[in-house]
Design a protein around this ligand. Structure first.
Ligand code: NAD
Length: 477
């Protein structure tokens, strides 16, 4: 782990083995199994570094973050390869874009760091009333395993640009790229500004959430854990923001049975990330008029996707993270197949060319799904797409909103009034119209309902999430 500018082991001396998703028998690293003592050490290091870092002119922090960005960019191939090995995300379709995205995030937040500004009230002669936007202090960032570099990009540069220092907890299943991020940041940032710890959530994660020296917890992970994190942080009135799970609707109108829309829906399905993405458009609402034709075309394109070694450029789809997750996906498939009326539009499993010892899984498309079945309600985090036909816009919107989640949504219609009408009525933090790709650096990103609280990735996310306002009223003269 990297704490206070030094590489350290866990105080207990214990470690956690990291297994690559490409081979269940291959231990590729062992990382420190940090606990409460390590949390304390990391928080102390961050606290010690805080006053000097916060006191720097914004332009100085900006220069440091831009140097980090340049160095990350010089290491993109290395970071992408490591991501593929660590997470199972395919290098061309996912791992390299994630590393590229991280660089873009560092540049974006470096750029907007001078926008952390206050306001002046028209308080009359003899009075100067102004606000300062101040950093919160020490931010604990807690990361999931699915896209560690990308999500680190949502948190680290924004928190640091605003003058906070950080303790970043890597996910136990995919910690390696985050340790590389620590190595690169250490070349350009003062010791203690970014500290990276590893280990289990119930140990080091919980210790950070409960540590009195942590001013804010920025958590990305499951809703179940997020609820605990918010409750524990709230119990001591620490700030928290939560980026949680999703069950995102993807609505396709009767006028949108085109090859271009098929490609975008394929992106939204996040098959290329084994659908291990919180923004997966996992419920595909197809207008009844185009249901059969659209599905035929979608299946034909899905068949062309290559499931293979995530380190190979030819692979479109890599591996599921671990055995537990792989089994979980099977459980959902079995449950879906057992429902009355379900139809299998595509099951890629029999034709799969790769398998154990890697956790490979082909896409599966089920149709005539009911919105109240488990496969349509719960986050599967595997390449299983549920297709639900619709005829009336009101029904499509009602089904889209009939979910505990509200993270992302996708709407496809050539009629912009209809598309925007749906977009505005869907209860999701992010709606895309006529496209299915990923987040764009600078956009507001975050969930409604059980998908979370708070926004990241944007200037307003940085201001609201990583600063606090102080009002200063001065009597002049
Ligand atoms: P998870 O909730 O199991 O773990 C996330 C992180 O929290 C890990 O680092 C884990 O060690 C830590 N953790 C676990 N228990 C903890 C505790 N009691 N206290 C503090 N920390 C604890 O999630 P996961 O399985 O790693 O990731 C998958 C989930 O993340 C999915 O639900 C997915 O939708 C969600 N996710 C959300 C977003 C988003 O931006 N909304 C992005 C990616 C993933």
């Amino acid at each position: 782990m990297h704490i206070g500018g030094e590489w350290v082991a866990a105080a207990s001396g214990q470690t956690v083995e990291v297994i690559t998703p490409t081979d269940r028998n291959q231990v590729i690293a062992s990382t420190p199994r940090a606990g409460a003592e390590d949390a304390d050490r990391a928080v102390r290091a961050a606290r010690e570094a805080f006053p000097a870092w916060a006191a720097l002119p914004a332009t100085e922090r900006q220069r440091a973050l831009l140097r980090v960005a340049d160095d990350l960019e010089a290491n993109i191939d290395h970071l992408a390869t490591l991501t593929a090995l660590d997470t199972g995300n395919a290098i061309r379709t996912q791992a390299r874009p994630e590393a590229t995205n991280l660089v873009a995030c560092f540049r974006y937040f470096a750029g907007v760091s001078t926008e952390v500004k206050g306001t002046v009230l028209p308080a009359g002669e003899g009075q100067l009333h102004y606000t300062r936007r101040q950093p919160l202090g020490v931010v604990a960032g807690i990361l999931p395993w699915n896209s560690p570099l990308m999500i680190a990009g949502f948190k680290v540069p924004g928190a640091l640009a605003a003058g906070n220092t950080m303790v970043l907890k890597a996910a136990e299943d995919a910690p390696l790229t985050i340790l590389e991020l620590a190595r690169i940041c250490a070349e350009h940032l003062p010791p203690g500004v970014l500290n990276v710890v590893t280990g289990y959530g119930a140990e080091i994660g919980d210790a950070l959430v409960q540590h009195p020296g942590v001013d804010k917890v920025s958590f990305t992970g499951s809703t179940a854990v997020g609820l605990q994190v918010a409750a524990k942080a709230g119990a001591r009135l620490a700030h928290s923001s939560l980026e949680l799970g999703g069950k995102s609707p993807c609505i396709v109108d009767a006028d949108s049975c085109t090859d271009e829309v098929i490609e975008q829906v394929l992106l939204a399905s996040r098959f290329a990330r084994q659908s291990q993405s919180c923004t997966t458009g996992s419920r595909l609402f197809l207008h009844e008029q185009i249901h059969d034709e659209f599905l035929d075309k979608l299946v034909a394109r899905t068949k062309q996707l290559v499931v293979g070694d995530p380190r190979e450029e030819a692979s479109d789809i890599g591996c599921i993270i671990n055995a537990k997750q792989w089994d979980r996906v099977q459980g959902y498939i079995d449950d879906g197949l057992a429902q009355d009326g379900v139809e299998v539009a595509y099951d890629g499993r029999p034709a799969l060319q790769v398998g154990p010892p890697g956790f490979y899984h082909a896409p599966m498309i089920l149709t005539q799904v009911s919105n109240d079945w488990r496969i349509a309600r719960e986050e599967i985090f595997g390449p299983v797409l549920s297709v639900i036909p619709w005829t009336e816009v009101d029904d499509a919107v009602a089904m889209a909103n009939d979910s505990h989640y509200g993270l992302a949504a996708f709407v496809f219609s050539q009629n912009l009034d209809r598309a925007l009408g749906m977009a505005h009525r869907i209860d999701s933090g992010w709606v895309q119209v006529n496209q299915g790709g990923g987040q764009v650096v600078g956009q507001s990103y975050g969930g409604m309902k059980n998908s979370g609280i708070g926004r990241e990735l944007s200037l307003e996310g940085m201001l609201e999430g990583f600063t606090q306002i102080k009002q200063v009223n001065v009597k002049l003269g």
